[in-house]
Design a protein around this ligand. Structure first.
Ligand code: NAD
Length: 339
């Protein structure tokens, strides 16, 4: 499969590497609007400069390709992805599906109308930690999940578009954790209460911290708190998770998974007491491919076998509704109900 990669800047590097690692996928061309980045990446990755174009329509005229990988900043996703779909080319694109809910809906509608695959790279799903938590939850051994708490604290200095966004944490980062919630619970969000703020020392123009209470259709309640302006004792990028289940508790902390089962309710001195098994560490699942490598292989198989991926634009619209539902709840200080 021959792909055109649009955007070869920051995150573009991860995809240049993923395509290089793939025995099935090769490059047809590249699109990059910044000539300095085009030159620097051509030198760093030994790319053929004559295959780097400054617009997707130009690349489509000049080369034959089977698919497009869109790694541009969110505000360009709509234009790039819809022109590829209109040309009949399946698209694998970075999260968020788009920079606004309106643009995301336009992309999902274009994928529906054209019948061409648009897949969103929700790479956090395809990590050992995430897959290991999912396996325990799906096994049913801890029973139903009633509540989840999620804590995320980092202090990255990225520069660039993130430092100008009104809600950088929620739209650019928490989107991964919100998508993981949907994946873990196999359910979509229904009600949202949330607050966001910017710590006094923040280097972001928008709100770098937020907390949200999210009710899922499954009945589970999720309490989320996060910051991109934390000054110390950072959590993992995957965040720390605690699942309160019917027959025990599951923790994913510092990228390790631990569970403790409830054995029985026994009689203590004058009161009933919960008796537990010893806490046990859950071994992480071995994965043949993770992250971008997994997503690229999944996309290749979907395109060549004519089937959808797990995270199509049409599915991912529910992650986007959750993300922008949290933004709306923060901006309005009102409870948001998602239909
Ligand atoms: N999944 C993850 O873990 C992860 C991590 C980082 C970034 N991302 C996502 O990747 C996307 C890109 O982010 P980034 O950090 O690489 O941004 P970036 O600004 O570092 O790089 C984007 C590149 O796209 C180029 N570009 C912009 N508009 C273009 C257009 N219309 N045609 C061709 N090239 C264009 C820019 O010149 C730049 O080189 C964003 O959607 C971001 O959210 C995902």
């Amino acid at each position: 499969m021959r792909v055109i990669q649009v955007g070869i800047g920051g995150m573009g590097r991860a995809w240049l590497n993923a395509v290089r690692n793939s025995p099935q996928v090769d490059f047809a061309a590249f699109v990059e609007i910044d000539p300095d980045i085009a030159r620097a990446q051509a030198a760093a990755y030994n790319l053929d400069q004559s295959l780097i174009f400054d617009s997707l329509p130009q690349a489509l005229q000049q080369v034959d390709a089977d698919a497009v990988i869109n790694i541009t900043p969110p505000k360009f996703h709509r234009e790039v992805t819809i022109s590829a779909l209109a040309a009949g080319l399946p698209v694998l694109q970075e999260k968020p599906l788009a920079g606004t809910l309106e643009d995301a809906r336009a992309i999902a509608a274009a994928a529906d109308d054209s019948g061409v695959l648009c897949s969103v790279a929700q790479n956090y799903r395809y990590r050992q930690l995430t897959q290991s938590v999912k396996r325990v939850l799906d096994s049913g051994e801890l029973g139903a999940v009633a509540a989840v708490s999620v804590e995320f604290y980092k202090g990255p200095h990225f520069g660039g578009f993130r430092e100008e966004m009104p809600h950088p944490l929620i739209v650019d980062m928490s989107i991964h954790h919100f998508d993981m919630m949907r994946f873990f619970l196999g359910s979509d969000a229904k009600t949202i209460q949330a607050r966001s703020w910017n710590p006094p020392w923040s280097w972001f123009a928008g709100h770098a911290s937020a907390s949200a209470q999210i009710g899922f259709a499954s009945g589970a309640q999720v309490a989320y708190s996060g910051s991109w302006c934390s000054q110390a004792l950072e959590t993992s990028w995957n965040a720390n998770w605690r699942f309160e289940c019917e027959r025990g508790v599951l923790l994913a902390q510092d990228d390790r998974v631990t569970m403790q089962r409830l054995l029985r309710v026994g009689s203590g001195e004058g009161a009933l007491v919960n008796e537990h098994a010893e806490p046990e560490e859950v071994p992480l699942i071995e994965m043949q491919r993770e992250g971008q490598d997994y997503l690229l292989q999944e996309f290749y198989e979907a395109v060549t076998q004519g089937r959808p991926t797990a995270t199509t634009a049409q599915d991912n619209i529910h992650t986007m509704e959750l993300v922008f539902g949290v933004v709306r709840a923060c901006d309005s200080a009102q409870t948001v109900n998602l239909d």
